[in-house]
Design a protein around this ligand. Structure first.
Ligand SMILES: O=c1ccn([C@@H]2O[C@H](COP(=O)(O)O)[C@@H](O)[C@H]2O)c(=O)[nH]1
Length: 278
């Protein structure tokens, strides 16, 4: 099977560099005139798939908003993943998993084994039990053409205290994560399958992203205050690897399908003005 990096590179070339999240916040359900229950969740998700599944490179369901409805919410997540795959977008499940390696094996089986009901193209993962503890995810992803996006410099202000702490060798915690992921992508072309999450809100932190070789997912745009122009400051010479990610900024245009499409197109135009042509 083709690697996730190759598939992502093609999706970005064909559809443009954009990831849109499915984040059914209670406030958005209300704004869309939907009840805060599983029927509302189902309608919301189906509408996003109808509007964007056939045109956006990557769609990123936020697992928390499905999990809060228990098993019936997870059943809707499963169905949403299937619908997105049928519509042709890559599915990145934002689930931020991480644990000791033996448990990470089970998470890997849940999300990156094609026989699983919640199998997706890629997942987000937390490195705070050590990047090495995520090895079972990296291995299964490599085996089945999947991807893993590891948190490096998150978009929330609280992240900095941990991520920018300096380790014994003088690098920040985030730089050690960046460097380990860079190793995993060595030699991969046109794009590695192992990405990093770097928030668009963080400004110029002086971290070296130049050797990553994989995609840089940039949340924090729109509702969290960053704009496309901030990508230049955060990513500098690594802009060509950036995958901008928007959730509420696009979703708040719904439930009208045409309005959702127009909102996604608008942010894509903003990002294209900043990112190098791909
Ligand atoms: O550093 C991070 C990592 C993940 N996220 C997730 O992205 C979306 C952002 O939603 P917006 O509505 O565009 O603010 C959300 O699912 C977060 O959990 C992030 O924001 N920052």
């Amino acid at each position: 099977m083709e690697s996730f990096g190759t598939r992502l590179h093609r999706a970005i070339t064909e559809r443009g560099p954009l990831c849109v999240g499915i984040d059914p916040h209670p406030g958005l359900l209300a704004q869309w005139g939907l009840p805060d229950d599983v029927q509302g969740l189902d309608r919301f998700s189906r509408t996003v798939v109808e509007a964007l599944g056939d045109r956006v490179a990557v769609v990123k369901p936020q697992s928390a908003f499905f999990e809060r409805f228990g098993s019936r919410g997870v059943a809707i997540l499963e169905s949403t993943i299937r619908q997105l795959r049928d519509a042709g977008s890559l599915v990145l499940l934002d689930v931020k998993r991480g644990d000791i390696g033996s448990t990470v094996s089970a998470y890997a089986a849940a999300y990156l084994d094609p026989s699983s009901p919640v199998y997706v193209d890629a997942v987000t993962a937390s490195p705070y039990l050590g990047v090495g503890s995520l090895a079972p995810m990296f291995e299964l992803a490599a085996e089945h053409g999947g991807g893993v996006f590891v948190l490096a410099l998150t978009s929330n202000p609280e992240g900095a205290a941990v991520q920018r702490a300096v380790t014994a060798d003088g690098r920040t915690v985030a730089q050690t994560v960046i460097d380990e992921i860079s190793q995993l992508n060595r030699g991969a072309a046109p794009l590695g399958s192992f990405g990093l999450v770097v928030g668009a809100t963080i400004g110029d932190t002086g971290h070296d992203l130049s050797g990553v070789g994989g995609p840089l997912l940039a949340p924090g745009l729109g509702a969290q205050g960053a704009g496309a122009a901030d990508l230049r400051t955060v990513f500098g010479s690594s802009l060509a690897s950036v995958l901008p990610s928007y959730s509420r900024e696009v979703l708040s245009a719904g439930p009208d399908v045409a309005a959702l499409r127009a909102a996604a197109e608008r942010v894509l135009v903003d990002c294209r003005a900043v990112l190098p042509a791909r």
